[in-house]
Design a protein around this ligand. Structure first.
Ligand SMILES: C[C@](O)(CO)[C@H](O)COP(=O)(O)OP(=O)(O)OC[C@H]1O[C@@H](n2ccc(N)nc2=O)[C@H](O)[C@@H]1O
Ligand SMILES: Nc1ncnc2c1ncn2[C@@H]1O[C@H](COP(=O)(O)OP(=O)(O)OP(=O)(O)O)[C@@H](O)[C@H]1O
Length: 281
């Protein structure tokens, strides 16, 4: 057993667009979206133990360890595999929570993938993705690790290669509940379905954007500022906004002009999550 901590990345995703094409009887929404990974995110470190205990050494303020998706993912895997190993886990959090960057889902997926390897469980990617969906709608895409066109309630994933711009991601000073946005009566729910072979990012949109802008003045203000400089769009149900640039320098230049106090980062869009390479090491 390796008795040092092993490090794995847990990157962000953005929804390049998010179309809501219907709603199921159980209230869940039918979506079409492209998930793209960013080369920016959290880091997780794992040290396997023989005692069977699962211990997150770096709790997140406001989230109890038992409801942390990292701990939930580790316990789920341990139970499923009837595994006698445990693990000590350290998290370096960089991603804002409730930002539409999928931080919690990404952490859960990294935990499933890393422990599958470190506990030598040999679950297939399909099995891990299936386990992951019980933790959150976005966990499977992080488990699979490829940029994907998603349909259904977000679970039907088809690999797709998209352009890889540089993004300035800005983080408005508010946290938005996914359930609140999906629960709103005035949310549009009838965007026509598009064909995966004919995806034009520019003519797509995010169906949550108008509503979020209406309800959250912080997002409205930042969006209109950013649109003066670059094409900008909401990710997921918000609150973060991504603005696209052809090169890093242009993104950094606009970042340097941001109004005082606006948090942000610059990152490149990827077609594969870095964890795929890390798992092979
Ligand atoms: C919209 C996306 O952000 C796109 O990336 C995600 O699909 C949402 O993923 P998430 O935050 O992990 O969402 P979950 O925790 O699974 O669901 C939160 C709530 O959003 C609503 N929800 C979620 C996904 C979906 N296709 N339809 C929904 O109506 C449900 O009310 C659910 O109770
Ligand atoms: N490890 C974790 N990291 C972040 N949030 C977590 C974690 N575990 C549990 N949570 C809970 O999940 C909530 C959503 O966090 P997350 O960062 O996934 O939001 P998000 O970026 O809006 O995700 P999405 O794009 O899937 O809507 C948090 O507010 C927090 O209460």
């Amino acid at each position: 057993m390796n008795d040092s901590f092993q490090r794995f990345s847990s990157v962000a995703k953005i929804n390049r667009f998010l179309h809501i094409t219907g709603q199921r009887d159980n209230g869940y929404h039918e979506l079409q979206t492209v998930f793209q990974f960013l080369d920016f995110g959290d880091t997780l470190e794992f040290k396997v133990n023989n005692s069977g205990t699962i211990n997150l050494l770096t709790p997140i303020a406001g989230v109890s360890n038992s409801s942390n998706l990292i701990v939930k993912a580790a316990k789920l895997l341990q139970n499923k595999a009837n595994c006698s190993f445990g693990v000590e886990i350290k998290l370096q959090k960089q991603l804002p929570m409730g930002g539409g960057l999928g931080g919690g889902s990404s952490n859960a997926a990294t935990t499933l993938l890393a422990l599958n390897k470190l506990w030598k469980l040999n679950f297939t990617t399909d099995q891990l993705a299936e386990l992951g969906i019980s933790l959150g709608a976005d966990v499977p895409v992080f488990v699979r690790g490829f940029t994907a066109f998603a349909e259904g309630i977000g679970e039907h994933l088809t690999p797709i290669d998209v352009d890889m711009p540089w993004f300035l991601v800005t983080i408005p000073n508010c946290s938005i509940s996914t359930a609140e946005i999906f629960g709103a009566e005035e949310l549009p729910r009838n965007t026509a379905k598009i064909d995966i072979n004919n995806v034009d990012m520019d003519s797509c949109h995010n169906d949550c954007e108008k509503l979020v802008i209406k309800r959250y003045p912080e997002v409205a203000k930042l969006m209109s500022w950013l649109l003066e400089y670059a094409p900008s769009r909401l990710t997921g149900t918000g609150a973060c906004i991504f603005s696209s640039f052809n090169d890093k320098e242009s993104a950094v230049q606009v970042q340097s002009k941001l109004p005082n106090g606006v948090k942000s980062f610059v990152a490149k869009g990827l077609n594969h999550s870095p964890i795929l390479a890390e798992l092979k090491l």
